[in-house]
Design a protein around this ligand. Sequence first.
Ligand code: AMP
Ligand code: GLY
Length: 423
Amino acid sequence: MSKRLTVLLLGSGGREHALAWKMAQSPLVEKVHVLPGNPGMATQDGRIVCVSGDIGKIAQELKPDLIVIGPEKPMADGVVDRLEAARFTVLGASRAAAQLESSKIFSKEFMQAEDIPTARAVTCNGYAAARAALKTWDVENKGVVIKADGLAAGKGVVVTKDRAEAEQTLHDFMVDAGHPVKAERVLLEETLHGREVSAFALCDGMRFLPFGYICDHKRVFDGNRGPNTGGMGAFSSQDWPSPAARAFISENIFAATLRGMNKRGTPFKGVLFAGLMVDGDDVNVIEFNVRLGDPETQALLPLIESDLVPLFLAAAKGDLSNCSAPHIADETTVHVVMTSAGYPSQNMKLGETIILNPITNDNTQVFFAGIAAKDGSFVNSGGRVLGVTARGATLETARKQAYARIDNISFKGAHWRRDIGGQ
Ligand code: AMP
Ligand code: GLY
């Protein structure tokens, strides 16, 4: 047998745990090194190893056969460009291609130019221009969503309820020095209505393979109440959108994006994530991301039965022409996230010991995120602490199992939604 592969994965959250878990199952793989990873990942599988340090140096030491980039920030900072210049094989978007996520304005102008369906919007340079545009905006009939340009860790978008909130948001983003979001440029956008879904495609620069559909729950409390979060849970969506809608999405969103990025001389390689609003047959792109979703990945990968490593390698090398889309089981997954008390505010209660009661004969998988090791146990060290994925024949069976597993995990102040997968 030829030498088995060394994989290096960048990131530390639940998405990266799921990626490491899945890639470590590949018979082609010797080890998955995760930089920096989290201490929970390595406890479950000896083939997963956490490493620390500078990615350039670590790559030179390990000489990985494949590097996979989890989060968007390093891609927007050019990590893929640097690693490819050093001749590594990398799955991820170049700095130029990452603008699809890192600049809402680039992304909107790109969609407009390529005729990719999206909400109508105007770009405003500076506070005076934004206020003037809002004055003439038909807020009552079209609604208004305000989007700060640039990466804002999910805080740069406000779907406003009225003109007063829109005015306040412009002031927050563009004037208030103490506000966490700062923007020179904003988009004003019409409010879309319908049901949201996250669609994924694995791309090699020219071609893509559809990678599945997942719904996530963004609000912190049951019934979609409270502030937006990174995601409180997710479930697989097997029978929706319809086959016709999926064909439309493939041609008019994924293929159109790849064509448009090629035309600009900045081909898109990696995972393209289209956040979609679907209303009957009407599909619009809310936003593009240049990576897998978190927590969508934790609901997606446990359903994929194919080995992903050959697909990731082929995409990273720029040639998916001999590959077919991964086989997705005809079952359902539900993923429930446990968070620290206070999340998503900055005022969280951290450092609590996490108790994981062992259970047997179980169809679930725990993916760790914001945890640290302390005195031989784990403590919570971030907002999203861990999540449980259950797989079942139906949404209901998967939900039951996920919540049964959650009942066996505890830490002081733990919060989770009780209605994940309930739609
Ligand atoms: P984003 O940071 O772009 O993912 O936006 C966060 C959330 O805001 C999305 O998941 C949607 O729920 C919502 N959103 C963004 N743009 C729109 C829009 N034009 N209409 C309705 N909801 C939107
Ligand atoms: N769950 C949404 C995201 O990963 O951006």
